[in-house]
Design a protein around this ligand. Structure first.
Ligand code: AMP
Length: 443
């Protein structure tokens, strides 16, 4: 199959050729004809499978072939994305695909001055990429009108519809024309999101090019159990031992990012960090320098988990596991892209066993563990598997209490029994008493 057989016009074929795209990826093969036919879509595709071109290329063709010229402050197609970095990246791809077409494209997002964006929108824009908050700001300041809007794309739709954005999104829907084409693209879809999406779309075509919630199989994944307080030391050890060149590292908190960057810089390592407290220009500069390999190690919170395309990135390290299991798939999807192989290493401490279990259940795999010599944890990470089980060492049976026996068979007693069965993945595991025994006891 070629792009030409999918019915694309010559200026787009030329652009794709310039970019070195020879054959459509599976998501492109399914999405392109459907979008060209005007269908609504709900597409689940693994990250790194070429979904941006899957929606952007046919969309550009529709904009070039159909509809009136864009008028002042209007947009004809809108792509909503969850993060600023993703807005830049999606727009960069769109601009490349549109290089031979007489169409205007632009990206708007928060964290930077709104005035240049208002100026730019004055003439109208054929295709706009936006984060929801800034889009609403621009609309409220009359810098944007949606009367010409023909297509709405939600990229990373699960996150877009997730709690954080639900209010902004419903405010946006309210002001969009009812008659429009809507495309939902996402790597992961929970069942509730599917239901919600089903209500938003008109007779949607559902595309699922890969099993749901499965990470790309080109990424070799493994876990190193370690004590929390020794994670940074282990990271430096593995970095030196493996002679890591370009690594994207995910930490849970902004402070965690700063602390690791500081430690690495203190050791003379070329490292930088990205998180929500940093000004947008600094975030973008760090990312750009990482992409050009001017920065060797980029430490980030989950602002960098989704959608970022870093060419040939060989390694992702989860310094901390993500709280939301689906973010694991997004994080490790930064490597092993476009058919390359990659590696994802997670440093896991006992506190994180429930997150590990949730990830294994979601991705339906038991992650291989590798115990690093001299870093064996004192606080053992209980065994886990893809069934969601956290295998704790059996506790010693409790001695029956000698007082209050009459109450033991009443509600309370039974209730606590239920909790221990239903909640294994919610309970902290620190209480497992294994770390107080054994030969590696320190201090
Ligand atoms: P995406 O999943 O849209 O972020 O794309 C992942 C990477 O694959 C990007 O670097 C794209 O430029 C590249 N890509 C997308 N489609 C193709 C294709 N048909 N042939 C080769 N590379 C592609």
């Amino acid at each position: 199959m070629t792009f030409a057989t999918l019915g694309l016009i010559e200026p787009l074929l030329r652009a794709l050729e310039t970019l070195g795209y020879q054959t459509p990826t599976p998501v492109q093969a399914q999405a392109i004809p459907a979008v060209l036919a005007g269908r609504d879509l709900m597409a689940a595709a693994q990250t790194g499978t070429g979904k941006t071109a899957g929606f952007a290329v046919p969309l550009l063709q529709l904009l070039a072939m159909e509809g009136p010229k864009v008028t002042a402050n209007s947009v004809r197609a809108l792509i909503l994305v969850p993060t600023r970095e993703l807005a830049e990246q999606v727009h960069e791809s769109v601009a490349q695909y549109a290089q031979n077409l007489p169409l205007s494209t632009y990206a708007v997002y928060g964290g930077v001055s709104i005035n240049p964006q208002m100026m730019k929108l004055r003439k109208g824009v054929d295709l706009l990429v936006a984060t929801p908050g800034r889009l609403l700001d621009l609309f409220r300041q009359n810098a944007l009108k949606f009367n010409q809007l023909q297509t709405l794309v939600l990229d990373e739709a699960d996150r877009m519809l997730d709690l954080g954005f639900s209010e902004e999104l419903s405010n946006i829907y309210r002001v969009l024309p009812k008659k429009r084409q809507t495309l939902l693209f996402s790597a992961t879809f929970s069942d509730e999101i599917r239901l919600l999406a089903g209500q938003m779309l008109n007779d949607p075509l559902s595309i699922e090019v890969s099993p749901r919630n499965v990470a790309a199989n080109t990424v070799k994944q493994w876990v190193v159990p370690v004590d929390k307080k020794r994670k940074a030391e282990l990271f430096v050890h593995l970095m030196r031992k493996g002679r890591w060149k370009q690594v994207l590292v995910f930490a849970k908190t902004r402070n965690g990012v700063d602390a690791l960057v500081e430690k690495l810089q203190g050791l003379g390592v070329n490292a930088d960090g990205i998180h929500g407290d940093k000004p947008q220009a600094t975030r973008q500069r760090a990312l750009d320098r990482f992409k050009t390999s001017d920065v060797q190690i980029l430490v980030a919170t989950d602002v960098a988990a989704r959608g970022l395309d870093i060419e040939d990135l060989p390694l992702v390290v989860n310094f901390d596991l993500p709280i939301v299991a689906e973010d694991y798939i997004h994080r490790i999807g930064r490597t092993g892209r476009a058919g390359n192989t990659g590696e994802a290493i997670s440093l896991v401490c006992a506190d994180e066993v429930n997150m590990l279990s949730a990830i294994e259940m979601l991705t339906r795999q038991t992650l291989t563990r590798h115990m690093e010599q001299d870093f064996e944890p004192e606080h053992r990470v209980p065994d886990t598997d893809a069934s969601g089980q956290v295998v704790k060492k059996p506790k010693k049976p409790k001695k029956p209490k000698t007082t209050g026996g009459g109450k033991r068979n009443l509600g309370k007693w039974v209730e606590s029994g239920e909790v221990s069965v239903a909640e294994p993945s919610l309970k902290p595991v620190r209480k497992v008493p294994v770390f107080n025994t054994g030969p590696r006891k320190k201090k």
